[in-house]
Write a protein that binds this ligand. Sequence first.
Ligand code: SAM
Length: 263
Amino acid sequence: MNKQGEVNKKAWSYRAYELWVNKFGLPKDVAKDMIRQPKIYLRRDIEFLGNVNGKKIANLLGSCGRKAIPLAILGADVTIVDISEDNKKYAIEVAKEAGVNLTYIVSDFSELNIDEMRNSFDITYMEGGILHYFLDLNEISQKIYSMLKIGGRLVLNDFHPIRKIFKVRDIFEVRDDSLELTGDYFENELKIGAVAYEKLFPVAEQNEFPKCLLRYWTMGEIISSFASAGFIIDKLVEGPRFDSNKNIPGEFTLIASKLKIQR
Ligand SMILES: C[S@@+](CC[C@H](N)C(=O)[O-])C[C@H]1O[C@@H](n2cnc3c(N)ncnc32)[C@H](O)[C@@H]1O
C-alpha cells in the first residue's frame, strides 16, 4: 500500500466501530430506521441516483454503510469498497439486521484489482469526503470509468474545492475564523488532516487519533480528470455550505456518463 493509503487506513481504523455505535446507535436500531425511511439517508443524492431497484451500484469509500444499506433496501445490488475493517464490521452488522445483502471489499481503492469488475456497474456512487484521499486522480477516474457498463453513471458528491483557501477546511466546523482566507487554491502537495470523526470524541482523547494525509483538488483538476477518463459530464451542481454562510459553495455533485466503448 502506498504511504497515503497506509496512513489513512490507520486513521480510519482507529475506534471507528465504537464511534458508529455511539453516534448512530446499535446496528439493530439503525437497521430499523433505515427500513422505515431509506430515502432520507440518501438526501438529495436520490434525485441523481434515480430508481435504483435492480441496479448494480459500487459505493466507493462507502464507510459504515449509511448510504449503501438504504440503497440495498431500495432494491439495489450494492458493493462497498473501503479501507477500514472497523467500518466493514459495522456495515455488515447493520445490513444483516436490515435483511439485505451487502458486498464489502476492504481495500485501498487505488490498489484494488478491478479486472473482475470491469463494465459491470450501472452506477458508481461516492459522497461526502472522497477525492482528497487520492494522490493520483487520473488513475482513480479511469478505474471508475472502467468499472461502469456502457450507459452507466457516476454520481459524485464531495466538498467544494473553494474550502482550500479557508483557514478551516472542514465545512462542518463552525468557528468564528472559519472563513478567514489563507493558503493557496493551487497548492498540490499532501496535507495532514484530522480524521472526520475525531472531534466527536472528548478533547483529551483527540490527540491520540492518528492523522490523515490529504490532497485537496481544484475544481478544474476534478472535472478535467473525469472528462479525460472518457466521461461525458451531464451536470455539475453546486450547493451552499452547511453552516450559516449560505452565500458560499460548500459542496458539489458531479453527474457524468459512460457512453462509449472504453478507450
Ligand atoms: C468521509 S468518509 C466518506 C463518507 C461515506 N461515504 C459515508 O457514508 O459516511 C471517507 C471514507 O473513505 C475511506 N477511505 C479513505 N481512503 C481510502 C482509500 N484509499 N481506499 C478506500 N477507502 C478509503 C475511509 O475509511 C472512510 O470510510
